[in-house]
Design a protein around this ligand. Structure first.
Ligand code: 5GP
Ligand code: MN
Ligand code: MN
Length: 326
């Protein structure tokens, strides 16, 4: 990221009385954590801050409720229609902002803070680094450059982003810079054990039942790229066990462990009846390319999209696109 871009960001923020922040729909730790960390600093600078994400049913996923700063969140209805200055996190397109996409399009200045390789820079200013393991790494930079002090609340938010997007420091994106950042954050006195437990080691009992159903029907196919493992969860499955959609985030991590599969897919029906498709590869296949062809996007080894088709049609189209890139 060029120094001139950071300077421009500081200038825009310096001029603004109110800053509107947003992250992608159904936020993960990186999206929400990055946004809240920056929100804390802006608030301490005396700015009016609104932060949100454009979900039709606005709710912070249960596993992210431990994040501090949620009093700064407002529902999309309460968001300024045409913000003077809007900063968006971890979002590669207007579409990823959901309901807030129109607000972003109307914003006078739109700063895009992101690490998705597919991000073409849809704002008036890009703070985009495709090499960064997490948007939280860029958010940390912004915190420092704004003169913010890394306190425990800010560090908790940034750590949630870093640890989420590196898969607890397991993915290939885990560089020395990632560990160095983690050291700075942990030095503020974070309870990394408690954060890990909140993020990954707890779920309602209903999750085990829904998981059992999903694993019962999991399928391994011989695909063009050496094995495709997939399963799905309907909203009826979830309703039977009172399980919110957001509890399914970890399911793909169980399915993708399959040795025989290069590619893993989980279809999750949301409350609107659309299929949210999570895809993972071991590295040979670029699932971001497959998902981009189907209207979504993401990273080489982790990507997704939305499908309005049936399970069978969705998988047929997925196999078709997979064949093209393999
Ligand atoms: P997950 O499977 O964890 O929901 O998403 C994995 C990655 O795929 C995310 O980090 C995000 O980059 C990307 N992704 C997921 N869903 C979508 C989508 O609908 N559109 C786009 N552009 N990217 C997505
Ligand atoms: Mn994300
Ligand atoms: Mn991210």
């Amino acid at each position: 990221i060029p120094a001139t871009s950071w300077d421009r960001a500081l200038h825009l923020i310096g001029q603004a009385d109110e800053v509107a922040l947003a992250c992608h729909v159904t936020p993960d730790g990186d999206a929400l954590g990055s946004m809240l960390a920056v929100a804390f600093v802006l608030r301490s600078m005396g700015k009016r801050v609104v932060a949100s994400f454009g979900d039709r049913q606005f709710a912070v996923p249960r596993l992210l409720r431990f994040l501090p700063g949620q009093d700064m969140l407002v529902p999309p209805e309460a968001y300024p229609a045409a913000p003077e200055l809007m900063i968006v996190f971890d979002s590669s397109t207007f579409e990823r902002l959901g309901l807030l996409g129109t607000n972003a399009a109307m914003a006078r200045e739109l700063v895009v803070v992101d690490h998705h390789p597919s991000n073409a820079g849809f704002g008036t200013l890009s703070l985009i680094d495709a090499q960064a393991a997490a948007t939280a790494m860029l958010a940390e930079q912004l915190v420092y450059r704004l003169g913010g002090r890394l306190d425990r609340d800010i560090a908790t938010c940034l750590y949630a982003g870093l640890v989420t997007d590196t898969g607890s420091f397991r993915y290939s994106s885990t560089t020395p810079a990632v560990h160095q950042m983690a050291a700075r954050l942990v030095a503020t006195g974070l309870r990394t054990d408690e954060i890990a437990r909140e993020l990954w080691d707890r779920s309602p009992f209903g999750y085990l039942k829904v998981l059992a159903g999903a694993l019962e029907r999991v399928t391994l196919e011989h695909g063009p790229a050496g094995g495709l493992v997939w399963t799905y969860v309907t909203r009826v499955d979830r309703a039977a066990h009172g399980l919110p959609y957001s509890e399914l985030e970890g399911l793909i991590d169980i399915v993708r462990r399959t040795d025989e599969a290069e590619v893993a897919v989980v279809l999750k029906e949301d409350d609107q009846g659309d299929w949210q498709v999570s895809t993972r590869s071991k590295g040979t296949v670029d699932v971001a390319a497959v998902c981009a062809a189907l209207g979504g996007g993401g990273h080489h080894k982790a990507a997704g999209y939305t499908s309005h088709d049936t399970v069978e049609e969705t998988m047929a189209k997925f196999r078709h696109e997979l064949r093209k890139v393999s």
